[in-house]
Design a protein around this ligand. Structure first.
Ligand SMILES: NC(=O)c1ccc[n+]([C@@H]2O[C@H](COP(=O)([O-])OP(=O)(O)OC[C@H]3O[C@@H](n4cnc5c(N)ncnc54)[C@H](O)[C@@H]3O)[C@@H](O)[C@H]2O)c1
Length: 335
């Protein structure tokens, strides 16, 4: 059986979803919707996909088996619930929604409607992260003693759509959008949830009301100390995660470069890039739909990422360490 699939939102990330799903023959992409008709037609190529400006109309008419939700963050909840109520399995872009209450509403709708759903936390599917996770699990480098995650890059670029800069629409700025990737890769690679955070944010961006940087001290369930440093102001771009053990170190740069030190300098590891991270993501999506296997990014897991990011905002506001609510709820295949 081929699963008829529709895309909601034809923005910047939609093309990666289209290519990822087209790499899996078990899916048949049938339609795309965007309020911006030009965008929908540009990506949908009307001779290949039927194009809509109203996603509800698309879901009612096309009755797809699955829907990909690649919308601004504030629309994830309403689109996920609408699609679940129309019997669609869901691939929801990260972050799952803009707060824990919204995550819970999605989880309830998915259970009530008997569909399957996951969140597209792409970090899980990147070759370097997967290889690092294997190395961590092997125990070959000894005991994990600290983690440093650093990611810098201009967040306030002129071509970034306005909704990203409004707290009410995006749920936050740099930390909600890109800090969530850091939280995800740290938790998933190490298999341990973040349980405590102390965050300090700044708001010097030239657009909107969201934070432009964040420095976070965190601890995981084993008490391992973690720093997450993100700057969205101009400067040298960087995207690096370093895991430090008693018997060596792992460094990941971007999603495809992994280096390991076993005492001396870092040496780049040979890793097979293989299929694209989005094709892998849709392989996981397919297995979830077909066999009911828990995906690597279950809704519970993705809710846990929001719990950490929300705790960062609370910590910044009150100036104290925040215990992440229900961090232990993250379970199963995800960690
Ligand atoms: N996984 C990743 O690495 C990654 C990378 C980029 C973005 N994202 C996520 O993907 C999602 C979308 O981000 P983006 O960068 O593509 O944003 P975007 O603003 O480029 O795209 C969103 C699209 O949704 C459309 N839209 C808005 N309201 C709509 C509605 N009611 N009905 C139909 N269409 C509507 C807009 O016209 C726009 O084309 C976000 O959740 C973002 O965080 C993930």
């Amino acid at each position: 059986m081929r699963y008829r699939t529709a895309v909601i939102g034809a923005g910047r990330i939609a093309d990666s979803h289209i290519r990822g799903i087209q790499a899996i023959p078990d899916f048949a992409l049938v339609a795309i919707a965007d309020v911006n008709e030009e965008r929908a037609r540009e990506l949908g190529q009307p001779d290949q996909l039927r194009c809509y400006t109203d996603y509800r109309e698309m879901i009612r008419k096309e009755k797809p088996d699955a829907a990909i939700i690649a919308l601004p963050h504030y629309l994830h909840r309403e689109a996920a619930i609408f699609c679940a109520e129309h019997g669609c399995h869901l691939m929801i872009e990260k972050p799952m929604a803009i707060g824990l209450n919204e995550c819970d509403e999605i989880i309830d709708a998915v259970r009530r409607c008997g569909v399957k759903a996951m969140v597209g936390h792409t970090q899980h599917y990147m070759a370097a992260n997967r290889a690092a996770r294997e190395l961590v699990r092997s125990g070959a480098l000894g005991t994990l003693v600290m983690i440093n995650d650093t990611r810098h890059g201009n967040y306030f670029a002129a071509d970034r759509p306005d909704w990203f800069f409004r707290k009410a629409l995006a749920g936050g700025g740099r930390m909600m959008n890109l800090g969530s990737h850091s939280v995800d890769r740290i938790q998933w690679i190490t298999g341990r949830p973040i349980c405590k955070v102390k965050a300090s944010l700044t708001f010097y961006g030239n657009r909107g009301d969201v934070e432009g940087s964040g420095l976070v001290y965190a601890e995981n369930a084993d008490g391992v100390p973690i720093t997450i440093s993100q700057s969205g102001y101009i400067g040298a771009p960087r995207n690096e995660l370093e895991l430090i053990f008693t018997g060596g170190m792992i460094r990941i740069e971007g999603g495809n470069k992994l280096s390991v030190s076993r005492g001396g300098n870092y040496e780049q590891a040979d890793i097979e890039a293989g299929e694209s991270s989005f094709a892998r993501q849709y392989g996981d999506f397919l297995e979830m739909i077909r066999s009911g296997r828990e995906p690597e990014c279950s809704l519970d897991y993705a809710r846990g990422v929001i719990a950490v990011v929300e705790s960062m905002y609370r910590s910044h506001e009150c100036g104290r360490i925040i215990e992440v609510p229900q961090a232990g709820r993250i379970s199963g295949n995800a960690l």
